[in-house]
Ligand binder design. Sequence first.
Ligand code: AMP
Length: 256
Amino acid sequence: MPTMGALHQGHLDLVKKCVAQADCTVVSIFVNPTQFNNQEDFKKYPSSVKEDLDLLESAGVDYVFLPEVDTMYPSSPVLKLNFGHLETILEGAFRPGHFNGVGVIVSKLFHIIRPDFAFFGQKDLQQVAIIQTLVRDLSFPIEIIVVPTRREEDGLAMSSRNRRLSDLERKTALIIFNSLSVAAKELKEGKEWLVVQEQIIRQFQEQESVKLEYFELVEREAFEIKKQFDPHQKMAICAAAYVGEIRLIDNLIINS
Ligand code: AMP
């Protein structure tokens, strides 16, 4: 189970699933520099190793892999992974190079740990599509298991980056989940997606401290942006926004 640490209940949901299913659970904690397209975000990424280790021990984890940057990257990787159209939409478009970094580090971890199963959160929905592509195209003998998003009581998706939000930003950040919920409800009631999307974008524009990057309807199998809701397709709404300086992402699956 790859993580970047600063663990929360969402991470622990993945851990619990793994402990229940596997004979041996290995969790990695590594803040991977190559997947950060923003150096400030990398430098300020929260860290709480001591607390993380206590949480993992109580959860019944067998091993924690906590490598140094030099161990994972004795030299800078020359290899570049390109995930086709996934590079051009949503996270791919807004975080150039991010998925190359994710693909390389997860491949390294898969080679080192050699797991039978690997657990990933639905919270990073496009990352799931990336990992599934990686496993398929490079024939990793690993089953990928996707775990639902764990939320705070008011709906905010748990994220290590939430720790960096001020009290006011924490309240403001709820606009992301609320907008996803409203949009999902309106789609189910038969409203046109483009009308819903426009109305949500306008609401974000009214909030000075929030900068929306995208709010898109996605078909989940091919992971493509859609302009119309189709109840017969597996769809999700994906959003990314800056709340102050903190970039948050979230999504809601509309039909499973
Ligand atoms: P990270 O430490 O952010 O790289 O996340 C490690 C793993 O935990 C990834 O597979 C994430 O998708 C997953 N994860 C992060 N936040 C949540 C959450 N709120 N609910 C479920 N899984 C999560």
